[in-house]
Design a protein around this ligand. Structure first.
Ligand code: 5GP
Length: 186
């Protein structure tokens, strides 16, 4: 594959697309086994989860629907406060359904713990979490991530759906940017 034109901004490729694809395949296989005989609803959190959602759903061999939520944290700057505003709610009624939240990254966990509470109040038959990445050293709220891709260090990562200032989501790998990118705000 031709190298991305964004690579000069990258300090380090943390997880290659090949490793991501292998992991997503194995998560899809586990989900397929665990929910055998059921119909599931994948709930993606916009916008970061769009890429993993697209790959994951094609690795799940079950009748599967998708829906999306858009939420924004009332935090200041890059830190999440845990108070979340729903910008776009689900179109589907999840009562009595098997719901799997699909997230790009769990950082402090505040956003997802709020989302989980909000969805549980709607009485789904089951509610589990699939997250591609987590930063264990930053976690402030503990909950189980049943389907987890990778643990990453406390670094700001981009690519495979994750952005910085709205861009880099289409980088195929999970990457760490060079310091100067944050300074110039490219
Ligand atoms: P939490 O509430 O778990 O602290 O925040 C989770 C959200 O913060 C993620 O869905 C993501 O939007 C954002 N986030 C946390 N860490 C990173 C990171 O390293 N890179 C990017 N691009 N977003 C991050």
């Amino acid at each position: 594959m031709k190298m991305s034109s964004m690579m000069p901004d990258v300090r380090e490729v943390l997880i290659s697309n090949q490793e991501i694809q292998a992991k997503v395949r194995s998560l899809g296989e586990r989900i397929t086994e665990d929910y055998a005989g059921e119909r599931i609803l994948l709930v993606g959190v916009l916008r970061g989860a769009v890429v993993v959602m697209g790959d994951l759903m094609r690795c799940i061999d079950l009748p599967c629907e998708i829906d999306f939520m858009d939420i924004s944290s009332y935090g200041s700057g890059t830190s999440s406060s845990g108070v979340v505003r729903i910008l776009k709610d689900l179109d589907e009624d999840i009562t009595g359904r098997h719901v799997l939240i699909v997230e790009d990254i769990v950082d402090t966990g505040l956003t997802l713990s709020y989302l989980k509470r909000s969805l549980l109040a709607r009485k789904p038959a089951s509610l589990e979490i699939c997250a591609l990445l987590t930063k264990p050293s930053r976690r402030r709220v503990q909950f189980d991530i049943k389907y987890l891709g990778f643990e990453v260090p406390d670094e700001f990562v981009v690519g495979y759906g994750l952005d910085y200032a709205g861009v880099y989501r289409n980088l195929p790998d999970i990457c760490i940017l060079k310091e100067e990118v944050f300074k110039t705000g490219s």
